[in-house]
Ligand binder design. Structure first.
Ligand SMILES: C[S@@+](CC[C@H](N)C(=O)[O-])C[C@H]1O[C@@H](n2cnc3c(N)ncnc32)[C@H](O)[C@@H]1O
Length: 243
């Protein structure tokens, strides 16, 4: 077998494996909530350990990677200058620092543990909240111009209140970029199984109009670091009733 044949065969096997994962994920019933204690006791310690040792967020590649991600969805770095960007599940380093001059509101239940990590820039945010996405921050009701949540929603413990909160945060002309993984199975760090169909229904029920829906990041974007390829889904939503 020539080198070319071997490469082609490996690509074929990888394609078959991804298709199989996709089919498994499609067959699995959604799991939209778990006991909060399961999330506190299992998911959050695992999450902290992951970020403490993560090399990607320590590297410059993180900045370039985040810029590619936002650029892919049509967001320019200056689009939110002087406006409010809420980073829901911000993690240990801010992807949303991409948005020059924006007031970044970082929300992550592990914020207090993350902010002391030597590479963390959470303290450059306008506000940092050590709060899960399921809890609402009333001071930001109707004031958020862009809400960003990258690779977070499947890590949470209850999907329904989060969708409600997203709607309540958004300003009349605001929008939200929600990107997360659709899993075939749960594991300690990923307690929820979110299916696009269920998400669409939840968005509509909460007065959110879907302006964009896609899978993965297109052929031009490597999946690496954004989640668990190729089953990341992306939604851009905005309030359905615009004033
Ligand atoms: C894979 S990291 C992604 C972090 C960041 N968005 C990024 O792209 O670098 C998942 C993040 O979700 C956060 N998370 C887990 N459960 C959450 C919840 N209920 N509410 C908000 N964030 C949560 C974790 O603490 C962790 O920082």
């Amino acid at each position: 077998m020539t080198h070319q044949h071997r490469t082609g065969f490996r690509r074929f096997l990888s394609w078959v494996r991804h298709r199989a994962i996709g089919v498994q994920a499609a067959m699995k019933a959604p799991r939209l909530s778990v006991e909060r204690s399961e999330w506190t006791d299992k998911a959050q310690p695992g999450e902290l350990a992951f970020h403490q040792t993560d090399q990607f967020r320590r590297s410059d590649e993180f900045i370039a990677n985040s810029a590619r991600l936002f650029g892919h969805f049509g967001f320019a770095a200056t689009d939110y200058a002087g406006r409010v960007v809420l980073d829901l599940g911000a993690g240990s380093r801010l992807r949303t620092r991409y948005f020059e001059g924006a007031r970044i509101v970082a929300v992550d239940p592990l914020a207090e543990q993350f902010r002391v990590l030597d590479f963390s820039d959470l303290d450059t945010a306008y506000e940092v909240h050590a709060t899960p996405a399921e809890e609402f921050l009333p001071q930001w009701e109707g004031k958020v111009d862009l809400l960003v949540s990258i690779n977070v929603l499947d890590h949470c413990y209850a999907f329904a209140p989060i969708v409600e909160n997203v709607r309540r945060y958004l300003a009349a002309n605001g929008q939200a970029l929600l990107s997360f993984d659709v899993h075939a199975h749960t594991d300690p760090l990923h307690p929820l199984i979110l299916k696009p169909k269920t998400c669409r229904a939840a968005f509509l029920q909460n007065g959110l109009e879907i302006t964009h829906e896609s899978k993965g990041f297109g052929g031009d974007r490597p999946y690496r670091y954004y989640g668990h390829p190729p089953y990341a889904v992306n939604f851009i939503v905005r309030p359905a009733l615009r004033t």
